[in-house]
Design a protein around this ligand. Structure first.
Ligand code: GLY
Ligand code: MN
Ligand code: MN
Length: 441
């Protein structure tokens, strides 16, 4: 399989940047494990984001070893060619073609991992590796660390110090290059367009699962490889379950929908939530909550610019949503006391947003960096997703609000002076939502 050279360069450029960060050290990134779904069938495979980020290689059972400044500097272990297995499971590169195609210095068969890597790690200062993502690989790393130490003879040196690779790669992934932004913007745009298509399509009595399938269809039609996470398609009181997964109920006129779905494109994902009435007409109670959450979301987005601590957005969200809870009569008392006692969490239990990139909840330091509050920087992308969720059985809440869940989520890029909303194509104004849904064929 041919991959254009400029597409491969994106990966070698990243390795070059990484090389500057860890001179004298080594980094190992392992493929995501395969998981059995049932009997001899696997869950759809998706490569580990960090391995893909550094190599572009998508096959399971592969391991990348990086040793800045050494020869070979980049080393990949992959499955051998196997005619019979390829007849069943499809093409695999094998070491020779992988080396040529992905411009890796040296590629070995995966069977040689434990015999080659201890040699490759000799004399290295520290090893960057993320434990606990792949238990089988963790075991191999343990053996490799022991062999590396033994191979040095009786020197008295201890095991190679292990450092979390995700923290390092997370910070690299957090600030996006132009090439990365091209892919990420496309993922967000596809996600927004697919949301709009669902708004045009929805009708009472459709099943949540049909709407979910329709989102995926519209995303894939536009080039998405898959969803970036399991989509949440929640009608009525299901919307008050934050990560509702069943997606199997018929949607009812008079109720609201909450759809939190995102498309993945070239390993970047969108993450959009829209909430709207199934029949295109907000009730007064639904509109009060919706307009309140929308106002807060817009206000927070307007404050985004480089230099603002990420924590500020969390604090704004908590403060303004607590005001809204007081306005609606969901809570009573003094705002500061409520927040101190965390009472607002009853109706707003999550944070205001998260970094977004190759993983939906992306890596990167949120709260602090180098002992200072983490400030946002140009070309970070994150979500802004305030929400209010009133459980159906909450007898303390005014009756008209019970069973309503609203979240509004957009994907924002930090620009040099402010922000860019990457998901603008998904409508969120109340009147626009009503018009689109009521005019659906
Ligand atoms: N889709 C999960 C989230 O919004 O965080
Ligand atoms: Mn999100
Ligand atoms: Mn989401």
């Amino acid at each position: 399989m041919r991959i254009p050279l400029e597409a491969i360069r994106i990966f070698s450029d990243r390795r070059q940047r990484l090389a500057e960060l860890i001179p004298g050290c080594a980094l190992i990134a392992a493929a995501a494990p395969e998981y059995i779904r049932n009997n001899s069938v696997h869950h759809p495979y998706r490569q580990d984001s960090s391995l893909y980020y550094l190599t572009g290689f998508e096959e399971p059972e592969s391991v990348f070893v990086f040793r800045p400044g050494q020869n070979p500097e980049s080393v990949l272990f992959v499955r051998k060619k196997n005619k019979e297995r390829e007849t069943w499971d499809g093409f695999r590169y094998g070491p020779e073609a992988a080396q040529e195609t992905f411009k890796i210095d040296k590629v070995f068969p995966i069977e040689e991992l434990e015999s080659q890597v201890p040699q490759l790690l000799k004399g290295v200062e520290k090893l960057y590796y993320r434990l606990f993502k792949n238990p089988e690989m963790d075991k191999k790393i343990e053996n490799i660390l022991l062999s590396t130490r033994l191979s040095q003879g009786r020197t008295g040196f201890g095991l190679l110090p292990l450092v979390d690779a995700d923290e390092l790669i997370g910070e690299m992934r957090l600030i996006k290059t132009d090439a990365e932004l091209t892919n990420h913007k496309k993922a967000c745009e596809i996600s927004a367009e697919a949301h709009l298509e669902v708004m045009h399509y929805i009708k009472p009595e459709m099943n949540e699962r049909e709407l979910h399938g329709y989102f995926i269809y519209q995303a894939m039609k536009r080039g998405a490889a898959r969803e970036g996470y399991g989509g949440i398609v929640a009608s009525g009181a299901n919307a008050t379950t934050l990560h509702y997964v069943f997606n199997d109920r018929p949607v009812k006129a008079g109720e609201m929908m909450l759809i939190d779905c995102g498309a993945e494109y070239n390993y970047f994902t969108g993450d959009i939530t829209r909430s709207y009435p199934v029949n295109g007409k907000f009730t007064n109670a639904q509109a009060e909550i919706y307009e309140g959450v929308l106002r807060i979301q817009k206000e927070i987005i307007q404050t985004i610019k480089p230099g603002v601590p990420f924590q500020t957005f969390h604090e704004m969200g908590t403060s303004m949503l607590t005001d809204l809870m007081l306005e609606l009569g969901l809570l009573s008392g003094r705002k500061d006391d409520i927040i101190k006692a965390q009472e607002h969490k009853k109706y707003y239990p999550h944070g205001i947003g998260h970094f977004l990139g190759m993983d939906v909840h992306d890596l990167g330091m949120y709260m602090h960096k180098n002992g200072e509050p983490r400030k946002i920087e140009e070309n970070m992308v994150f979500t802004v997703e305030p929400g209010l969720y009133i459980p159906a059985d909450d007898s303390n809440a005014p009756a008209e609000y019970r069973g309503i869940g609203v979240r509004i989520e957009d994907n924002i890029r930090v620009t040099r002076m402010g922000f860019e909303n990457l998901t603008i194509k998904a409508p969120k104004e109340l009147s626009e939502l009503e018009r689109i849904i009521r005019n659906s064929p």
